[in-house]
Design a protein around this ligand. Structure first.
Ligand code: GLU
Length: 415
């Protein structure tokens, strides 16, 4: 079994793009290093009265194009290198969408499933106290990621505003709409992904209402299941998985019922009419579209050859290793890379920042329409780069993102 270091993967991707762009040594050096890293411990009192120490990170990978932007994860397997990789990918993601933002990411290493609601609130507030001097609407703007959500953002924003003693809702995005959040943020990551699938189906002449499967049934996975009907006119969801089970039904699941079951029971396990299958089998199903929507490195050289999907739409960050990319490309699987496919979330986060700045809020259909325009344009730009440079889609997206960031660094006189 290979073992993957996501930051090594992320750096390798930069080197490949840099080669195509003929970047000079200094620019490459700059781009393969995070600009700022904060690494700290937090002390938080648990419900039993004892104090526990947590490891936290916030990394501002590159801010040449604007304030660092990216989520905060609560996950037990987080390391400084996973956060570096995720912050790095955010840099290219915001650039591919041509947003005036840089890239960042944060995390706390612990298992949120073992915490009470009150403990989660205290951890969230402690995290913001630690990074408060470093963030701000014009500096670094966090958002949710794995196991964090609008409630987490609400606690964090409240703590931040208490510290600075004034309102500043734009310090974080994906807040509840009642306190400065935008309409249309909750399903934005999935919506962006399904829009890219729509564009890919047009380009490749694939039936958008065909079979699809989703690995990972968190926010992005659930919303993608629901959005097929609205954006593609249908589709048969034949398999889904979460950390507890992978389930299959050749006739297709009712997406709404399945989401309700997940919300009620905490898992897709035990959904009526579903057959349980081994987790790895889900990735190998004969489907039009496969959505990896869980964690990094799910598709590696050990399973890439078995993937039969026509389109692989990466809603997760970094689900495919570079070795797997080569195999998928050889086998004709059309990969919509994470920095494009999962960019809907940060795009609507940017809309939220804009609305918070002028304190006037858009209707939901304006958010949807503007997101659609942005994603469709980005898909086209990446597709053109792919044809022009004759490379696979991930490398094409990297070339677009890296070129824009390198240009900004150069204009600023950093290199
Ligand atoms: N965590 C999301 C991502 O990985 C959203 C980040 C954001 O909105 O800043 O793209």
């Amino acid at each position: 079994m290979e073992s993957y270091n996501s930051f090594r993967v992320a750096r390798q991707q930069i080197q490949e793009a840099a080669k195509i762009l003929n970047l000079d040594e200094a620019t490459i050096e700059l781009l393969i290093h995070p600009q700022r890293e904060y690494n700290f411990t937090m002390h938080v009192r648990m419900d039993d009265g004892k104090v526990k120490i947590f490891q936290g990170y916030r990394i501002q990978y590159n801010y040449a194009r604007g304030p660092a932007k990216g989520g905060i994860r609560f996950h037990k397997d987080e390391t400084v290198d996973t956060i570096r990789a995720l912050a790095c990918w955010m840099t290219w993601k915001t650039a591919v969408l041509d947003l005036p933002l840089g890239g960042g990411k944060g995390g706390v290493c612990f298992d949120p499933k073992r915490m009470s609601e009150h403990e989660l609130e205290r951890i969230s507030r402690a995290y913001i106290r630690a990074i408060a001097p470093l963030i701000g609407a014009d500096q670094d703007v966090p958002a949710p990621d794995v196991y964090t959500n609008p409630q987490t953002m609400a606690w964090m924003m409240d703590e931040y505003e208490t510290i600075i003693n004034r309102h500043q809702p734009g310090v974080l995005t994906d807040k509840p709409t009642q306190i400065g959040g935008t309409e249309g943020r909750r399903d934005a990551t999935a919506r962006g992904g399904v829009i890219t699938v729509r564009e890919a189906c047009k380009q490749l002449n694939i039936d958008p209402t065909g079979k699809f499967a989703i690995q990972g049934f968190g926010n992005a996975g659930q919303r993608a299941a629901l959005l097929h009907e609205e954006l593609l006119g249908g589709g048969k969801l034949i398999a889904v998985s979460d950390s507890r089970a992978a389930i299959y039904n050749a006739e297709g699941f009712d997406a709404k019922e399945l989401v309700m079951h997940k919300l009620k029971t905490g898992s897709v396990k035990g959904f009526p009419g579903a057959k349980e299958i081994p987790h790895e089998n889900l990735l190998e199903l004969d489907v039009e579209v496969l959505y990896p929507a869980a964690l990094e490195n799910a598709i590696s050289s050990s399973n890439a050859d078995k993937i039969k999907a026509k389109i692989l739409c990466e809603l997760a960050n970094g689900p495919t290793t570079p070795e797997a990319d080569i195999i998928l490309s050889k086998n004709g699987v059309h990969v919509i890379p994470d920095i494009l496919a999962s960019a809907g979330g940060v795009t609507v986060s940017y809309f939220e920042m804009v609305q918070d700045k002028y304190s006037f809020f858009w209707e939901e259909d304006v958010v949807h329409k503007t997101l659609d325009q942005k994603l469709t344009q980005a898909y086209k730009t990446v597709h053109e780069a792919q044809k022009e440079k004759n490379v696979h889609p991930r490398l094409a997206a990297m070339v677009v993102g890296v070129a824009r960031v390198a240009e900004a660094c150069k204009l600023r006189g950093w290199v």
